[in-house]
Design a protein around this ligand. Structure first.
Ligand code: GLN
Length: 486
């Protein structure tokens, strides 16, 4: 018998259209899958399965009566737990927000609601999206569905693991320095970080506002383009969102890369990149050449400073953004305190986890008057250099190709006590956020132990169509999903 949850969203959509499946059948299959897999994988912070089933009946009825015509009506989805859903807990995987119920919907959620998608639940993450393994969640550690001893990546590890284990057909994540692309790579699924400003951040709990973007985590590139269609667009509630004409990203999927100019920055294939990852990426580059793309190596020299720049800017912005969690306006309040200062101090000490506190301290330090010029100002200057270097590269190339991560998914517990090592794992993804560019990760192979390896394609600003088509073309060629299973 066909397992409905193995299907992509465009396949589900086809079956809904042909009346081979009902919305309720689809939703029930996912609920059954959650009941079967969640105890091992641990991808959810909140499940909304009962609500989803009743919603599915309501939507099915409306479809039958012709009251709903939307093409994605009744398709389920999972949402990272830093995206606000009205009357639903939004915890950011933190004790600070353990009982916080959002009074409003994020703009992306409004958009999904208008299309009548069905929300299956809120997905696990590193606390406040700070981390790369989902081990920094206050609630639980999510496991990698390909090997339960490995991390799913992070910070959107719950989203990637839920898609990889078929508990949701697709999900939303957020990406500040790689948090969509890296977990997608570790879990063998597709993750897209849109250009800064393409998707509204209204209702996304801020980590580092100049870097954060919401984006799709999906089973394939077609689904990625479809979900981007749903969430992209100007929003007057987010003044950093661009006002530009709406596009249909699925139209860009042409399965043709002839003449496409691909740049390979040699710094991303050097020291620290695992040999098997390198080998699989080199095979993929050869495939692109076979498909008629023009491939050239070049130097993206300033990339070596990206990681330091990222951690200074991200921590600085985080320390400011997280100032609002003071025990008064939001979230956790310490039960006992003698005065206002102690209320702040104890609420924040008890409410935040280690990694979040480390970043607040780091961020406060680099912003302090004595060190501002040496660290924060310098980082902003280097940020401009990184942008300039990418601009120069995009005069020559349509797409830049790199590994998504220097390694495959690592063992649970192997880096969580060593923050610097965890930070180093972000080396391939952070420059994309620093420059505000779009980046996509797709699975292109597995290592000898069967763990997925991801390729990252970076595009120029608002050139999502170019990277989606390049990713789609490779996906059609290597057929990862047909050949490998979690
Ligand atoms: N791993 C990176 C960090 O810890 C990226 C996080 C993210 O993109 N949200 O900051």
């Amino acid at each position: 018998m066909m397992d409905i949850t193995e299907l992509t969203v465009h396949e589900l959509q086809e079956k809904l259209k042909n009346k081979e499946l009902t919305v309720t059948e689809i939703t029930e299959s996912y609920v059954n899958k959650i009941n079967e897999k969640e105890k091992d994988v641990g991808a959810f912070i909140t499940t909304l399965t009962d609500e989803a089933i009743s919603k599915s009946k309501e939507i099915q009825e409306k479809i039958e009566k012709g009251e709903i015509t939307g093409e994605l009506a009744g398709i389920p989805i999972g949402i990272k737990d830093n995206i606000c859903i009205k009357d639903t807990k939004t915890t950011c995987a933190s004790k600070m927000l353990e009982n916080f119920v959002s009074p409003y919907n994020a703009t992306v959620i409004e958009k999904l609601k208008e299309e009548n998608l069905i929300n299956l639940g809120k997905l696990n993450m590193d606390e406040f999206a700070m981390g790369g393994s989902t081990e920094y969640s206050y609630f639980k550690k999510t496991k990698n569905p390909w090997n339960l001893n490995k991390v799913p990546g992070g910070s959107s590890g719950g989203s990637a693991a839920a898609v990889a284990s078929n508990m949701v057909p697709w999900a939303l994540g957020s990406d500040t320095g790689g948090s969509i692309r890296q977990p997608a790579s570790f879990c063998g699924v597709v993750g897209l970080k849109p250009t800064y400003g393409l998707v509204s951040r209204y209702g996304l709990v801020a980590f580092a506002s100049s870097l954060d973007q919401i984006g799709p985590i999906t089973k394939d590139v077609t689904d990625s383009a479809m979900l981007l269609n749903l969430i992209a667009g100007h929003d007057e509630k987010d003044t950093t969102s661009e006002d530009m004409p709406k596009k249909d990203y699925t139209k860009a999927l042409k399965n043709d890369v002839r003449g496409l100019k691909i740049g390979i920055p040699k710094e991303f294939f050097g020291e620290g990149i695992n040999e098997e990852v390198k080998q699989v990426l080199e095979n993929t580059i050869q495939e692109y050449k076979n498909l008629g793309a023009e491939v050239e190596e070049f130097s993206l020299d300033v990339a070596q400073y990206s990681l330091a720049t990222y951690y200074i800017i991200a921590c600085a912005e985080a320390s400011s953004n997280l100032g609002r969690f003071d025990g008064i306006r939001y979230g956790y309040r310490t039960p006992e305190f003698k005065n206002l200062k102690e209320l702040y101090k104890k609420s924040r000490s008890e409410g935040f986890g280690e990694e979040v506190k480390r970043r607040i301290i780091l961020g406060t330090y680099v912003l302090s008057s004595g060190y501002y010029d040496a660290y924060y100002k310098k980082a902003q200057q280097v940020r401009t250099l990184v942008m300039n270097e990418f601009n120069k590269a995009f005069e020559k190339y349509d797409v830049i190709l790199t590994p998504t991560s220097p390694t495959v998914a690592f063992d649970i517990g192997s880096k969580s006590d060593n923050p610097l090592e965890m930070y180093l794992a972000d080396i391939c993804t952070v420059s994309v956020n620093i420059a505000g560019l779009p980046g996509i990760s797709i699975p292109v192979g597995v290592d000898k132990k069967g763990m997925p390896i991801g390729m990252q394609l970076i595009g120029n600003k608002f050139q999502e169509e170019t990277i989606l088509n390049a990713a789609y073309t490779m996906e059609q060629k290597i057929k990862f999903r047909e050949n490998h299973k979690a």
